[in-house]
Ligand binder design. Structure first.
Ligand code: BDP
Length: 727
């Protein structure tokens, strides 16, 4: 008996139909996270869908420029996807519900609306989204002075639909408060990524310029959707080969794509390039042959990439070459490059992340000591790039004392989006609260209210050129960032660079609605996890102001016992545990790092009575028996905090489990698995750190404390075998 004899044609058809349906369902459910927050699935709430249906019937973009064309294709894809039917481009405003997008320069219809004064007030990249009645037809306008503003307005309009906002009446005006909103990729030319936890670099140098991956376009779309307008393609620990013609041609091919989305490319400059690729004997910034070399190199770059953004430099830090090698200052080095770039309108971002183990002073003080004397000495096209805190992207640091201390210098903050010190791509940690904490910090540089945000956006000191950098967490992983929630950190950085006064709750809510679900109860539960995740991580890693006690090298797990190697890379340098107590005395009786803050802040930090407890061990060496504000001793409080951290992760796990029916299976399971790993790691952190600190405090764990599973030795020798990017 043969197969066809056994199964009738009808049964076969039925079987094939079921198979097809199954495949289709699988396809619908497949969500690997690649689409980020730009998912334009059909709106599943019928009343909202109906109301959008009435308000939107077509769209017009007049003008044919690369950026306007990007806006057009986004509008086409977004509207058709969200409304579940083709929403076409039309040519006239003869019916209700047309979206009219454009600039007065390229669109006659927009120009007829006489919006010039309003648009002028919104600056070059700002946009207006509003509804109006035009020749008796109700229409929606997305307008800007520039094509790029139209693209930003388009993404914002789609965001309104993606987050299910009422669009029956609105008047939105938005413009960026920061000029250069830039991602710093720490990507090497061999595609490895320094502190990268999401696969390889997305820049496939071998196949550029010939092969252009779709990922480059989607990268640009995602960035433009949150207002990012700049990207540094290469690692700050730079390779001078990136500046050779061979690579510049590759860079140009990326610039060609990114230009359509308003993104400029930048590169890192290795200070010794004139020697390494220019065959000069020196890289002394005051040497005429060096000045000439850079001028020619920069001219060459612009001949290949006419709208190149500029150069980012890490100099005289962690072994990188720099002007100090030739007894010159950071200003000498930065200005020499700035002069080469100025005729092309290029800029220099010069990093203030400098410290030296041969300098005896507290590492936290060194950047300030180096840079404050140089205030006012940098060229107009230089930005000094300052990390958010004085040590290094820790789970919690006070704000960097350089903010406000260089009123004659253009300063931009640098945040780390990649989670080098916050659990790589395994721990769920929403970083907007960390960024927000820094931006909202009051430096008191010009009296009360002198927040970091007001310094870096130019309001306080009239800074002409402004910027904000985020060290990227993007890689070749299917979902770009490894952890599905790490996408939110990329998103949050972009939103805060656009508007440093936004708050974490609003940012997270937008992201959740666009990325996961619009079900309000689910949104609330996810929001709860995200908003407490950073504090939870601080608690199970570095509570009460502890810092830099991560394991040597990979910085993933705990390593408070690390006491060998370069002194300022050991943990004991930072926590100073002894039989008396714990913490780094940076008060006037210690390293006096507090002196770098303005008096009002200095006093708060200097005095243990007024110092915020979450920074206690950053600024003070606190006795084990010290009575904390809770009434517990320092030792008890420390145990309590570490425990709180674990308790929070357990809560995240059960909250996440409650979302099974709200999230697609692929991303649900992925996050579930990662949260289990996060709990395991949180325990390793707590038990490793507390057992180690106990060797100094000599105190028992408080009553009710969950006992460590192993002896200290176990944690000291623990090897991670399952963590992406960690060896
Ligand atoms: C540290 C990283 C190191 C970077 C350095 C930097 O451990 O890999 O090169 O920052 O910012 O956090 O230059």
């Amino acid at each position: 008996m043969t197969f066809p004899e056994k199964i009738s044609a009808g049964k076969l058809a039925c079987f094939l139909f079921l198979l097809l349906a199954l495949i289709q369902k699988e396809n619908l459910l497949a969500e690997n996270g690649y689409r980020l927050w730009l998912r334009y699935d059909k709106i599943d709430n019928s009343s909202i869908l109906n109301s959008y249906d009435k308000s939107i019937t077509g769209w017009i973009i007049e003008g044919n420029t690369p950026v306007l064309n990007s806006a057009a294709s986004e509008l086409q894809e977004g509207l058709s996807g969200l409304l579940g039917k083709t929403i076409s481009r039309v040519t006239t405003l003869k019916r209700n519900g047309i979206i009219l997008a454009g600039t007065p320069g390229t669109s006659r219809l927009i120009s007829n609306l006489k919006l010039d004064a309003t648009l002028a007030g919104l600056g070059n990249e700002g946009f207006l989204i509003t509804d109006t009645v035009f020749e008796k037809k109700k229409i929606i306008i997305i307008a800007s002075k520039s094509d790029l503003g139209v693209l930003y307005g388009t993404f914002h309009f789609l965001r309104l639909l993606q987050t299910r906002q009422d669009i029956s009446h609105f008047d939105i005006r938005s413009s960026p408060k920061i000029m250069i909103r830039i991602l710093d990729h720490w990507d090497n030319l061999d595609r490895s990524v320094e502190r990268g936890y999401a696969g390889l670099s997305i820049w496939n140098w071998n196949s550029l310029p010939d092969s252009i991956s779709k990922r480059y376009i989607d990268y640009a779309r995602a960035n433009a959707s949150i207002g990012i307008n700049a990207t540094v393609l290469t690692n700050v620990n730079a390779n001078s080969l990136a500046l050779t013609r061979e690579y510049l041609v590759k860079v140009a091919s990326l610039a060609d794509i990114f230009r359509k989305y308003g993104i400029k490319v930048y590169l890192t400059a290795r200070f010794s390039s004139p020697v390494e690729i220019g065959k000069l004997k020196t890289a002394d910034p005051l040497d005429p042959s060096v000045i000439d070399w850079w001028k020619n190199k920069v001219d060459e770059i612009y001949s290949i990439i006419p709208d190149f953004g500029g150069l980012l430099v890490k100099a005289n830090s962690e072994g990188q070459p720099g002007p100090q090698t030739y007894n010159r200052t950071h200003a000498d080095g930065a200005n020499m490059l700035a002069d080469a770039l100025a005729p092309h309108k290029g800029i220099v971002m010069w990093r203030a992340f400098v410290y030296d183990n041969n300098v005896p002073d507290d590492r936290a003080k060194q950047a300030y000591n180096e840079f404050v004397p140089l205030d006012g000495k940098f060229r107009k096209n230089v930005l000094v790039q300052v990390k958010n805190g004085p040590v290094d992207f820790q789970p919690r640091e006070p704000f960097h004392p350089l903010f406000g201390a260089m009123p004659g210098t253009q300063v931009m903050p640098e945040f780390q989006i990649t989670q080098e010190y916050l659990g790589g791509s395994v721990h769920l940690v929403f970083l907007a609260p960390l960024f927000e904490e820094c931006l909202k910090s009051d430096t008191w540089s010009k009296g009360a209210g002198s927040t970091v945000a007001k310094i870096i956006d130019g309001t306080l000191y009239g800074q002409q050129l402004t910027g904000m950098a985020g060290v990227s967490n993007i890689g070749s992983a299917d979902n770009w960032t490894g952890h599905p929630f790490a996408q939110a950190n990329w998103y949050a950085f972009g939103r805060l660079a656009w508007d440093p006064y936004m708050n974490s709750t609003d940012i997270a809510s937008e992201w959740i609605r666009m990325t996961f679900t619009n079900n309000s109860s689910a949104v609330g539960r996810i929001l709860g996890i995200m908003l407490s995740s950073r504090e939870a991580t601080v608690n199970y890693m570095t509570p009460l102001g502890l810092h830099h006690i991560m394991y040597y090298g990979h910085h993933y797990g705990p390593g408070p016992w690390v006491n060998t190697g370069r002194k300022d890379w050991t943990s004991v340098y930072y926590h100073r545990a002894d039989s008396i107590g714990l913490g780094f005395d940076r008060s006037t009786t210690g390293s006096n790092a507090v002196s770098q803050y303005f008096p009002a802040v200095r006093e708060i930090f200097n005095n243990i009575e007024s110092c915020p407890e979450n920074l206690f061990l950053w600024f003070h060496h606190v006795p084990w028996d010290y009575k904390m504000r809770s009434g517990r001793t320092l030792w008890e409080e420390l145990c309590r905090k570490y425990d709180d951290g674990i308790r929070s992760v357990r809560r995240f796990r059960s909250d996440w489990d409650s979302l099974r029916d709200e999230i697609d299976p692929e991303r649900f399971e992925k996050v579930k698995t990662l949260l289990a790993m996060q709990e395991r790691d949180a325990r390793i952190w707590r038990d490793g750190c507390l057992l180690y600190f106990q060797t100094f405090s000599k105190k028992p764990f408080p009553a009710g404390f969950e006992k460590p599973e192993h002896k200290l030795d176990y944690y000291m020798n623990y090897k991670y075998t399952d963590i992406p990017g960690i060896k």
